[in-house]
Ligand binder design. Structure first.
Ligand code: FAD
Length: 459
């Protein structure tokens, strides 16, 4: 049977765009539907605008630091509308590049919500018509999860609205303990907003190494973020002077309440039932290692599959799909040793296993840990501390975990990830000569295993 397209991609985000471009470049007839803006979460309302906000918010600390180096106090104020306009201009430019790249590859772009009518037919709402396709790729990403079970929950915003607040609030409360909550707390605090982070668990950043979690909490508090642990919303009430969050043990009044309570796969209205596509128990599209769903001609990549929800992972899954299906090169993406960053202040870079996970997996492990004031901080008499931790499998001496909190940690971790992906041993790691004077040199100069002491707040 002749189809309208060889491949129809639903969602022009990180994974969908990469798959569509590669497939189209192979000569296949490809269409991509996007209901919002091309570029997806990462470019429009995720990694990229967030990083711009991180950059903007870091200046306040730099101004303070500068005084310790002899600069006169900076008489500078921050103008939120000016920043927003510049940010939106850059996002529009980047989204335009994605559109151009898709067109140059020969893919058709359809600006519409798309949904499956059956395993080979996609309804395109804006055009009030449907297309048939030999293969279909679901790359619809995720969206913020919002609680609805307490009064006033609707008064809160999510990260989506945080990028477009009409004015910078004086006070904000952020509910959540994941990396998005932590990053936004640091952003707003850096921009001079009185910031409270509220998390129901015993410490933030579940899934990260316990030393990292405790260390970052302390560092955030040093920078003025109030971290409230072990409590959560009972209600939010709008009053004449703001929004009052009832957290059980206390009430906190702020101008804005932001939920960063996790993200869920975006499958709503996608017609998965009509096509017979099955979901996993967690609501994600269930796929095998080749990103194939239970329906033979339908695949899914990226956040909608809820494997590792990061842009580079979605891109690699999309690329692996295209390689397999359009270049006859069966390819899977290896989800082991994927490095990640938290753009908190100070930032985190992390790759491999946490101490707890490594202990569980290998039994006997060696820990190397260093906690110190970076050179720049000691110069001006600051209190900020960096943390570097290596987790080593005792039997093989392979470095199986590397965790850094401190300046440039996200940049450093990328290189550590290369060595660890290659199976580097602690001896090989240490035989690498240091680069001096840097923070990273500490990585290759930790000779003595760490003797555990009482940790701070850990889960
Ligand atoms: C605030 C925030 C910060 C983040 N920071 C980072 C970071 O620093 N580093 C990192 O690696 N990752 C980060 N992420 C995660 C990253 O953005 C995602 O992992 C990545 O965008 C996933 O790509 P994707 O292709 O799966 O989906 P998306 O990029 O979400 O793209 C899906 C697209 O599909 C469209 N769509 C959905 N349904 C339909 C439909 N039915 N019809 C048509 N179109 C549809 C959506 O509009 C969207 O454009 C962040 C996410 C958020 C929210």
């Amino acid at each position: 049977m002749a189809y309208d397209y060889d491949l129809f991609v639903i969602g022009a985000g990180s994974g969908g765009v990469r798959a569509a471009r590669l497939a189209a470049m192979s000569g296949a007839k490809v269409a991509v539907a996007e209901e919002h803006r091309v570029g997806g979460t990462c470019v429009i309302r995720g990694c990229v605008p967030k990083k711009f906000m991180v950059y903007a918010s870091e200046f306040s600390q730099s101004f303070k630091t500068a005084e310790g180096f002899g600069w006169s106090p900076a008489q500078s104020t921050f103008d939120w509308p000016t920043f927003l306009a510049a940010k939106d201009k850059e996002i529009a430019r980047l989204s335009g590049i994605y559109v151009t790249n898709l067109r140059n590859a020969g893919a058709d772009l359809v600006h519409s919500k798309a949904r499956l009518l059956d395993a080979h037919t996609v309804q395109v709402d804006a055009q009030e018509r449907s297309y048939t396709a030999g293969k279909i790729l679901i790359a619809t990403g995720g969206r913020p999860w919002r609680p609805t079970d307490f009064a006033g929950a609707k008064l809160a915003i999510t990260s989506e609205e945080a990028f477009h607040l009409p004015e910078l609030p004086k006070r904000i409360l952020i509910a959540g303990g994941g990396y998005i909550a932590v990053e936004f707390a640091c952003i707003f605090a850096g921009l001079g907003v009185e910031t409270t982070l509220v998390y129901r668990g015993p410490n933030i950043l579940r899934g990260f190494d316990d030393h990292v979690r405790a260390h970052l909490t302390e560092e955030m508090e040093k920078r003025g973020v109030t971290v409230l642990l072990g409590c959560q919303h009972r209600s939010i009430e709008k009053t004449a002077s703001g929004l009052v969050s009832d957290l059980g043990s206390q009430h906190v009044e702020t101008d804005v309440v932001m939920f960063a309570l996790g993200r869920i796969p975006y499958v709503e209205g996608l017609g998965l039932e009509a096509a017979g596509v099955k979901l996993a128990d967690n609501g994600a599209v269930a796929v095998d290692e080749y990103s194939r769903t239970n329906v033979e001609n339908i695949w899914a990549v990226g956040d909608v599959t809820n494997r590792i929800n990061l842009t580079p992972v979605a891109i690699r899954e999309g690329a692996a799909f295209a390689e397999t299906e359009f270049y006859s090169r069966p390819t899977t993406f290896d989800h082991e040793m994927v490095a990640s960053a938290v753009f908190s202040q100070p930032p985190i870079g992390s790759v491999g296993l946490t101490e707890a996970d490594a202990r569980h997996k290998f039994g006997k492990i060696d820990i190397y840990l260093s906690r110190f004031r970076p050179m720049k901080v000691t110069f001006y008499g600051g209190e900020e501390r960096a943390l570097i931790k290596l987790v080593v499998d005792n039997a093989t001496q392979k470095v199986v975990g590397c965790h850094i909190v401190g300046p440039d940690a996200p940049e450093i971790i990328q290189m550590a990830a290369i060595a660890m992906k290659m199976g580097v041993t602690k001896q090989q790691w240490d035989s690498t000569c240091a680069v001096h004077p840097t923070l990273a040199e500490e990585l290759v100069t930790m000779r003595e295993p760490y003797v555990p002491q009482e940790l701070g707040r850990v889960a």
